[in-house]
Design a protein around this ligand. Structure first.
Ligand code: TTP
Ligand code: MG
Length: 370
């Protein structure tokens, strides 16, 4: 039997903005409109012209009380709450925070599967064994660490499988913690609307409704053959999910790519400050891609081509995943130093490269971001 946690941050983008701008605490805050570019500050609002055209990415729970929600037109949100504070989307900031959250979570799970910028599954089966009370204490420790280190709240669902854990994390929000024990799973699911099952969108919901199926309990009790006739394989999966069954594993990101940038000097050099500057610039270039592609990295390597065209590399694997520019620069420069102090000391260098590998991906729900 498995113990799976699903962790989902509360009003993620706006919670990060409120943390950065504490004067916004308790106010209706909306994040949306346009993607923040380079020099703008996160505190800058959006001028009326632009904001009218945008949509809400997310909003604080205070703003939700006015009926505002993700994907709503900003113009409508303004009608509902003219006093709302509107901030542009500062994606690099949320990605950095997301990276740090994943570093925290990784410590707690046997396996971690990040599903979007603000949510992840953890398999904690060997950490808490079969004891649901222990699992609850364990999840509380995670919430505490996230609050202390990142100043953010999250909601956690604990269940014997991923589907129920995800439904459970949404059951009490914000700052919720919901445990669904194996034997109580069907009872927990039965009264919930079918759209709570991950993957059931408005179309499936509508098709089911036409057949008189609105709650998960009704779906669980209906004839599986009829579901298969209508939905194919997916019908079988739906029926199993409604009955609290989901065998899918928490899957670590499998694809591991590497990412590198290199530069050949106009003139070979052994000048330490030139080399260090070059490593800094290359690290920044690599970092720009890390940000853009939502990567986190674990291994940093340096490549050096000497004046005699011999090529050498050095690598360091860090203890955990990082998405931090300073860590990348620091590690790369330490590796560079090993070259300039090692047996090849004195040789001029022709080319330098910086590489990160052992990458994880922070999925940012791209299709939903405005
Ligand atoms: P969600 O976890 O769906 O929402 P949330 O964290 O803002 O609020 P909740 O407390 O209900 O979990 O999405 C995470 C982030 O993804 C969200 O903060 C902003 C972004 N997002 C969009 O940009 N557009 C969207 O339509 C949605 C739903 C989310
Ligand atoms: Mg969330």
């Amino acid at each position: 039997m498995k113990v799976i946690l699903h962790i989902d941050m509360d009003s993620f983008f706006s919670a990060v903005e409120v943390r950065e701008n504490p004067e916004l605490k308790g106010l209706p805050v909306i994040v949306g409109g346009k993607i923040k570019t380079g020099e703008e500050k996160a505190t800058e609002g959006i001028d009326k012209e632009k904001k009218i055209r945008g949509v809400v990415s997310t909003c604080s729970y205070e703003a939700r009380e006015y009926g505002i929600h993700s994907a709503m037109a900003l113009s409508r949100a303004y009608e509902l709450c003219p006093d709302a504070k509107v901030l542009p989307v500062n994606m690099p900031l949320y990605k950095r925070v997301s990276g740090k959250l994943m570093v925290i979570l990784r410590k707690y799970g046997d396996k971690i599967e990040q599903v979007s910028i603000d949510e992840a599954f953890l398999d904690v089966s060997t950490k808490v064994r079969r004891d649901w009370n222990e699992a609850k204490d364990y999840a509380q420790r995670i919430k505490k660490e996230i609050l202390e280190k990142e100043g953010l709240t999250c909601s956690i669902g604990i269940a014997p499988n991923k589907t129920i854990a995800k439904i459970a994390s949404d059951f009490v929000k914000p700052d919720g913690l919901t445990v669904v024990e194996e034997l109580k799973a069907r009872e927990f699911l039965a009264p919930l609307p079918v759209k709570k099952i991950p993957g059931v969108g408005p179309k499936t919901e509508d098709t089911l409704k036409k057949r008189g199926i609105e709650q998960i309990g009704q779906l669980a009790n209906c004839d599986v053959q009829k579901l298969v006739a209508k939905f194919g394989k997916y019908g079988k999966k739906l029926h199993l999910a409604a009955n609290g069954i989901d065998e899918s594993e928490v899957e670590e990101e499998r694809e591991r790519k590497s990412l590198s940038r290199e530069r050949t000097f106009a003139e070979d050099t052994k000048d330490a400050s030139v080399l260090n500057n070059c490593v800094d610039r290359l690290a920044e270039e690599v970092y720009n891609v890390i940000l853009k592609e939502s990567f986190v990295f674990k291994t940093v390597s340096i490549k050096v081509k000497f004046e005699d065209f011999t090529i050498h590399t050095r690598a360091k694997t860090l203890k955990s995943l990082h998405s931090d520019l300073n860590m990348l620069k620091k590690t790369a420069k330490e590796l560079m130093m090993e070259f300039s102090e090692g047996k090849d000391k004195g040789k001029k260098i022709r080319l330098v490269g910086v590489r990160v590998s052992n990458l994880g991906v922070v999925d940012e729900k791209q299709r939903r971001i405005v």
